[in-house]
Design a protein around this ligand. Structure first.
Ligand code: J2J
Length: 550
């Protein structure tokens, strides 16, 4: 089934990946039943008091899938999934995979602005939310957003307080323990391996929603390879603390990797050290993943913790720059090995391997997980740089799609005519083949691993009546790496405060992590020769001479 705006791999390339055995033609929902048959009574998912076996998970997913279908959801329909880390997230995702419904992985802090713009872009047919989360009423949010979407959209809610007009997700789950005819029926409705399995969101570099389509074939291959790179096996107990809808904890190797290996995924809705340490102790967690800012808080808190963390073997760290000295501190503090990961929802994943010497694991971001990943480092002229030199990384491969969904103009910028994805990251590749990320050319702000498009913030701030011109730049920060700083010039006689900007963007329904944390008002912004705000000069104003952190 072809979804509007999804860019396929060229047929001959796709054939090559099939012949090479990367793409096996199995939808992720059928893998669920393979796992259930192999490991039926082993525990698959732990969420607080809830412990689901593989069979239990498959039965619940099937039950949900049948009910989704009964409400008209089918192949290629998109559903915004905004759930915290909970067992229902896994069951809902698997249910979608079973019947070719495409979950769109939103994050819990997203609000009207993000749900509305993405939901419109993908023509969402349903929104799945918790009733409330961190004191915020997501059920109400979902109804407000649903009313603005181009197509009628169902609102499905996970929680105890489900209103009359919403569908209670837990209420859709019923089974008597026998897969029986329901499983056979759903097998008949299964999507093809080449169909889109899910949509992930990219931080992006402009205000255009950048939705990444991942097929069952490509995602399954990604998961198989990364399970290998991280030595996940039957004994793996993986703790998911980053938001589960993010590619990293979802599948690299994350929750789906742990399940694919026959291990166990423990879901925790918070990365705060104490609950994390308590979960590691209680569940004998062997591996977890974190962005650097989170891993640093764990390393600091571990010294004063009496929790038994001895089961922990690996922490996967990625999403933003990790200084080698910091990397060297984290392993000893948590008494485990770290594996660095340089990854992106657009595909390419690089990992330092479990047996890498410390020097490699601390100072590089590792090698690609697939021998078929192609990496090309180019200079500003678009030509390959000399080996070992820094340049922008371009990549292609069996799990790196050839375009964002429905944005042809953006695709002609983000992808080369021969299908290379321009990562926007500056890297060098060492003589041993390890990637070292050394900066970026793309215009975004990386706030503790959350990617914020400078262009998107600029569009929003530009709408304020006081603002003549705006530029958003990263403000280097010792804790989260970067925060959003906006430079503005104002119309004559107008005034603007940081609180005013924050209030206006919050009113627009923008997620809190994107709200600017510093405002600088200048009489005029400096400009480049072609008349754009000169962000290099602005960044220098912030750092007093040193450029912004990479
Ligand atoms: C510096 N920058 C990094 C690293 C990603 C695993 C891990 C991370 C992501 C992710 C992911 C970095 N050092 N180690 O999806 O599966 C920056 C780069 C990159 C962008 C991608 C996964 N690791 N980055 O972070 O789609 O700029 O994916 O292009 O959110 O994060 O962001 P995202």
């Amino acid at each position: 089934m072809i979804i509007d705006g999804v860019v396929p791999w060229p047929e001959e390339v796709a054939d090559g990946y099939r012949k090479a055995g990367c793409w096996q033609g199995k939808p992720l929902g059928s893998l669920l039943w393979e796992w259930a048959q192999r490991w039926g009574d082993r525990v698959a998912v732990v969420d607080g008091e809830h412990r689901l076996t593989y069979l239990d998970l498959a039965l619940r997913a099937d039950s949900l899938a049948e009910r989704f279908a009964a409400r008209g959801l089918g192949h290629g329909d998109t559903v915004l999934v905004q759930l915290p880390n909970c067992w229902e997230f896994v069951a809902v995702t698997m249910a979608c995979f079973r019947i070719g419904v495409v979950p769109v992985m939103m994050l819990p802090p997203h609000r009207e602005y993000e749900l509305g713009s993405i939901g419109t872009h993908v023509r969402a047919k349903a929104i799945i939310v918790p009733d409330t989360w961190k004191g915020y009423d997501h059920q109400d949010l979902a109804h407000r957003v649903a009313a603005t979407l181009p197509d009628p959209a169902l609102v499905l809610v996970v929680g105890d307080e489900v209103h009359g007009e919403s569908i209670d997700v837990r209420g859709l789950i019923d089974h008597d323990g026998d897969p029986g005819p329901r499983r056979r029926l759903l097998d008949e409705w299964a999507p093809a391996g080449s169909d889109v399995a899910l949509f992930l969101l990219s931080g992006g570099t402009t205000g255009v929603p950048k939705v990444i389509s991942r097929t069952h074939d490509d995602y399954a291959y990604n998961i198989r390879r990364v399970v290998r790179a991280c030595d996940f096996d039957l004994d793996t107990v993986y703790l998911a603390v980053l938001p589960a809808g993010h590619n990293f904890p979802l599948a690299n190797p994350g929750i789906l990797g742990a399940l694919h290996a026959g291990g166990r995924a423990v879901l925790l809705p918070s990365p705060r050290p104490e609950p994390v340490f308590a979960a590691i102790e209680a569940e004998r967690v062997t591996a977890t993943s974190a962005v650097p800012a989170v891993a640093i808080t764990w390393a600091e808190a571990a010294a004063n913790s009496t929790r038994d963390l001895s089961s922990l073997q690996y922490v996967h760290i990625g999403g933003s720059t990790l200084a080698p000295e910091t990397a060297a501190r984290i392993g000893p503090a948590l008494n485990c090995k770290i594996q660095q990961v340089y990854g992106m929802a657009e595909g390419l994943i690089c990992y330092t391997r479990t047996d890498a010497p410390d020097e490699i694991a601390h100072s590089t971001q590792g090698t690609p997980i697939s021998p078929l990943d192609e990496l090309l480092v180019v200079g500003p002229d678009g030509l390959a740089v000399a080996p070992g030199e820094i340049g922008e990384l371009l990549t292609r491969g069996p799990y790196t799609p050839r375009g964002y969904v429905g944005v042809p103009a953006q695709n002609s910028v983000s992808f080369t005519p021969d299908g290379w994805f321009r990562t926007g990251d500056l890297v060098r590749i060492t003589a041993e083949g390890n990637v070292v990320v050394s900066g970026r050319v793309k215009d975004l702000i990386n706030r503790g691993g959350e990617k914020i498009s400078a262009g998107e913030i600029e569009t929003l701030v530009q709408e304020l009546p006081e603002v003549a011109e705006v530029a958003a730049v990263p403000l280097p920060d010792p804790i989260v790496g970067e925060r959003v700083c906006v430079f503005v010039s104002l119309h004559p006689g107008r005034e603007l405060t940081l609180a005013g900007v924050a209030a206006a963007l919050t009113d627009r329904g923008v997620a809190a992590f994107k709200i600017p944390e510093r405002l600088e008002v200048l009489p005029d912004l400096p400009h480049t020769p072609i008349g754009k705000p000169d962000k290099k000069v602005l960044s220098l104003l912030l750092t007093g001479g040193e450029g912004p952190a990479a």
